[in-house]
Design a binder for this molecule. Structure first.
Ligand code: MRU
Length: 338
């Protein structure tokens, strides 16, 4: 397996942000060029770029382009912040760029530093997380928390990559992740690029495989981790956590410190994005439900902290009680993760 994942969700060249169009994967590898914060915000809303850390970094470059073109930075900040409500990395990145601007820093340089820091954080998460897996393990993951969802390397899939790089024999099961199919389209494609053993299942097969003792661990990413450890992630994650708990399988969340939001006391305060009904009534543009049917589409759910075995961060592995371990990790600004 290559040391550096070839999957590049964001490229910054000559003042333009090129985003790998994740709507077209796995069939086509094409990039969308963004020249302004407005174009970046649209790309985030339309899922050209997705995944909490990746949308944060994309927004940072959007802010850099705003300053370069002399447009209104606070308006750009508002538009980017409101592109998607659940992933706190987006708000974190916008706030950091506003602070950098107030300090007189070059925003393009700051955005590039955030990009590099995200890849470095993911590599640390990978190293810490790999230690939690045995020499041989079959791991279930949900959605895509990989290189595609970050500046590179991935969080949950970074743990898998690091485990494989360290010589462990790892097999991955990927939930397809209805309705947007991040698992079927993205996780399978991304792991295939690196030659990692991956098997695709539909979401409703997970219980069957838990019952058969197939899984040694579950690893997922996060969009926002509250101060008490409650974790918002892709819709369906909570179901997997309940199954893992019922079958005595460890359930790990992998995320950088920037995904922790200590201003949110618990999961009830995390805003949950509701997306278009079309993403439920249609599969890849083909209608599967009757016209006029009532639909709900929460894009995320909250896994309560009591179902989480550990949170793997770039500052180490956090264990329950999460209220305390999170407060310590967030306060520890001496090491990496800032
Ligand atoms: O709607 P998406 O595809 O942006 O949702 C992404 C997820 O839920 C990921 O698991 C999460 O953002 C972590 S990515 C490292």
């Amino acid at each position: 397996m290559s040391q550096r994942s070839p999957v590049e969700p964001l490229r910054w060249t000559a003042g333009t942000l090129h985003l790998l169009d994740q709507r077209r994967l796995p069939h086509e590898v094409t990039y969308v060029a963004c020249h302004s914060a407005h174009e970046v915000a649209s790309a985030i809303q339309e899922m050209v770029v997705r995944g909490a850390p990746a949308i944060g970094i994309a927004a940072a470059f959007g802010m850099a382009m705003t300053v370069a073109s002399g447009e209104d930075l606070s308006r750009a900040a508002e538009e980017l912040r409101s592109a998607r409500p659940t992933a706190v990395n987006l708000m974190w990145a916008v706030d950091r760029m506003l602070a950098a601007n107030a300090a007189g820093d070059d925003l393009a340089v700051t955005a590039q530093q955030m990009f590099d820091a995200d890849v470095a954080a993911n590599r640390r998460i990978g190293r810490y997380g790999a230690e939690l897996l045995g020499e041989r393990a079959t791991v279930l993951t949900h959605c895509n928390a990989g290189a595609l969802a970050t500046a590179g390397y991935g969080t949950a899939l970074g743990v898998i990559r690091a485990a494989v790089e360290s010589g462990r024999s790892i097999a991955v099961f990927a939930d397809e992740t209805r309705p947007y199919l991040q698992g079927a389209r993205l996780t399978t494609w991304e792991l295939q690029q690196d030659g990692i053993d991956v098997t695709l299942i539909t979401d409703n097969m997970a219980g069957h495989f838990f019952q058969q003792g197939k899984f040694d661990a579950v690893i997922v990413g996060a969009d926002r981790i509250a101060a008490n450890g409650d974790t918002a992630n892709k819709i369906g994650t909570y179901t997997v956590a309940v199954l893992a708990n019922a079958h005595g399988v460890p359930f790990y969340v992998a995320a950088p410190i920037s995904t922790i939001d200590v201003a949110t006391p618990d999961g009830t305060a995390i805003p949950i994005e509701e997306r278009s009904a079309k993403e439920v009534t249609e599969i890849q543009g083909v209608r599967v439900a009757p016209e006029g049917i009532a639909v709900r589409h929460p894009a995320f759910d909250v896994t309560p902290a009591r179902l989480i075995t550990a949170i793997v961060t770039d500052r180490g592995v956090l264990r329950p009680p999460f209220g305390e371990s999170i407060a310590r990790a967030v306060a520890d600004t001496s090491g990496p993760g800032e």
